[in-house]
Design a protein around this ligand. Structure first.
Ligand code: DGY
Length: 328
């Protein structure tokens, strides 16, 4: 490379990624501990040839038109519903994500959230912190057993399978629903059975969501599908918030349509739907599925490597629209 390409990085990212960018490019880093507004993002991209962004930045046709020098957008996330990839393709801009490196970390979090929700750990913690615990009680904080229960996994990709792998250790019965069946050896190893979605809803004690946000998965969980679940069911979401109709979930949790929910993601992040925080039977986490030191480092490094590969004239390994690269 001759002159180092200018890269706008929309937040301070882990050193593993920054050091790669600093070595091979000329990065300008958004210094604040908050997402840039749309205008700030566009201003940051002025004269930049690449954008390294997070899932909090919506990069659509309007942003790309306002930032015509940007040739690659590297998302530091596997989910890319914040990127308008079709607009990128039209504008000749390559877009990349970070698949693979966060699967186990996110599966760990999903399982932790499942346990926390089932056994009411957050409520117990609140009891202790508020000094309101009066001592051991035989009827106190009774929850749901995880071992031997039926787990329904919606979306049986890498993360969904990671959760199934953890469920094996708890002797759970695993059902999954996915457009595509997993190979028989994977089903055998994970003791997982593919069932129609409605059957999964009706039979599962725990339902965990691992589907990307697509037009077809928006509000997949709604008043109607919640109504098909067991009244004792716990719903876990570590995928994307809009997969659940959050207002309908509040009603379902309030009325006992289902027993509990554990959420790491929200329909209108960072805002929560009215009524959610008042409910005791929901565990709320701040979108930390991939938040381990090691994994966030790998994600940042992967995003940086995509940018470097592009400017070295190679195909970025995680291009979402590789067809842009083959165009003259
Ligand atoms: C992702 O990568 O899509 C997660 O939601 C954040 O790590």
């Amino acid at each position: 490379m001759s002159a180092k390409p200018r890269v706008f990085v929309s937040r301070v990212i882990p050193d593993a990624g920054l050091s790669v960018l600093e070595k091979h490019t000329s990065p300008a880093i958004w210094p604040h501990d908050r997402a840039p507004t749309r205008d700030e993002l566009i201003r940051g991209c002025k004269d930049a040839e690449a954008l390294v962004c997070l899932l909090t930045e919506k990069v659509d046709g309007e942003v790309l038109t306002a930032a015509p020098t940007v040739r690659i957008v590297a998302n530091v996330a596997v989910g890319f519903d914040n990127l308008d990839v079709a607009a990128g393709t039209r504008a000749g801009v390559v877009m990349t994500n970070t698949p693979g490196v966060l699967d186990d970390t996110t599966a760990d979090l999903a399982f932790a959230l499942l346990l926390c929700t089932a056994r009411r750990l957050a409520e117990g913690d609140r009891l202790m912190r508020t000094g309101t615990w009066g001592g051991w009680g035989i009827m106190q904080l009774l929850g749901h057993d995880v071992h031997h229960a039926t787990l329904g996994i919606v979306g049986f990709g890498r993360i969904g399978r990671g959760v199934a792998r953890r469920a094996v250790g708890f002797d759970m019965k695993v059902l999954y629903s996915d457009e595509f069946p997993a190979p028989p050896e994977v089903e055998r190893e994970l003791r997982a059975t593919r069932v129609p979605f409605d059957e999964l809803l009706a039979k599962s004690d725990f339902i965990t969501l691992h589907t990307p946000l697509l037009p077809g998965t928006k509000h997949l969980i709604n008043a109607q599908t919640l109504g098909k679940m067991k009244p004792t069911a716990c719903l876990i979401n570590t995928s994307r918030g809009p997969v659940i109709d959050e207002a309908a979930l509040v009603v379902a949790l309030r009325s006992g349509t289902i027993a509990a929910a554990g959420l790491d993601v929200y329909e209108h992040e960072p805002k929560l739907s009215p009524g959610l925080v008042e409910l005791e039977n929901v565990v709320l986490l701040p979108h930390i599925g991939s938040a381990s030191y090691a994994t966030r480092g790998k994600m940042a490094e992967m995003a940086a490597n995509n940018v470097v590969a592009f400017f070295e004239g190679k195909a970025p390994p995680n291009a979402l629209n590789p067809e842009v690269l083959t165009r003259a």
